[in-house]
Design a binder for this molecule. Structure first.
Ligand SMILES: [Zn+2]
Length: 224
């Protein structure tokens, strides 16, 4: 499937230095230190997890969809994919992947996006851009603001391209317990919105929780 490289992690959940369940509609913002690994677990399957990455020491140097796609000549991310920053730095590497379908093009849902895409009174539905802004505000500083919301990664989100070159939002291909892992190649601020979108087939019209785990490099040594 578009170069999917399936790889299980060598980390054991019980060795995680951090674990948190994030409900749909909630967000998460935390620094991942160089060498640390973040696992995102799709607990119930078919969930879309919007993620953005920032150089922790220079937030303007954020994840670049364009540089990442160009470097690997593939719009989908899987094991071995390097996520590049605007300055061309290697930010993270995908080091384990059980689904092979992580979107780089569709962006995150917002009130205006939803009102164009979906019928009904959707303008005021909670959306990923709202969650991102809420996470920025919770930091209590002015490091991040709306201008920092650049094109993001959508873990587990299935957005195939039709033969006509159109993005299609399709039923998810993930399954309960599937996960993807990224290992930080520099200190990275990770921003996540567990998408609350009720009208997106990628969520199977039923947004569900995810679990986040962090592993430090020493954990892997201990288990070997
Ligand atoms: Zn969303």
């Amino acid at each position: 499937m578009y170069g999917f490289i399936r790889k299980e992690s060598s980390f054991r959940p019980e060795d995680a230095v951090y674990r948190e369940t994030v409900l749909s509609g909630d967000g998460w913002l935390r620094t991942l230190k160089k060498g640390e690994t973040l696992r995102v677990v799709d607990l119930e399957g078919n969930q879309a997890v919007d993620a953005m990455f920032y150089d922790a020491h220079d937030p303007d140097n954020h994840y670049s969809a364009g540089k990442t796609i160009k470097a690997q000549n593939n719009i989908y991310l899987t094991t071995g994919s390097i996520l590049y920053s605007e300055n061309g730095d290697r930010m993270l590497e995908i080091t384990a992947d059980l689904t092979g379908r992580h979107d780089t093009l569709a962006g995150s849902c917002s009130n205006y996006y939803n009102s164009v895409k979906y019928p009904g009174d959707v303008l005021y539905m909670h959306n990923c851009k709202d969650t991102f802004m809420l996470e920025f505000s919770k930091r209590g500083d002015e490091e991040y603001c709306k201008r920092d919301l650049a094109p993001n990664v959508n873990f587990f989100m299935n957005v195939p391209i039709t033969e006509d070159g159109v993005l299609e939002f399709a039923d998810g291909v993930s399954a309960p317990g599937n996960y993807v892992e990224v290992t930080a190649l520099m200190d990275v601020d990770v921003l996540i919105s567990n998408c609350p979108q009720l009208m997106n087939p990628c969520n199977n019209f039923n947004p569900t929780p995810i679990e986040l785990m962090i592993f430090s490099p020493e954990d892997e040594d201990e288990s070997n």
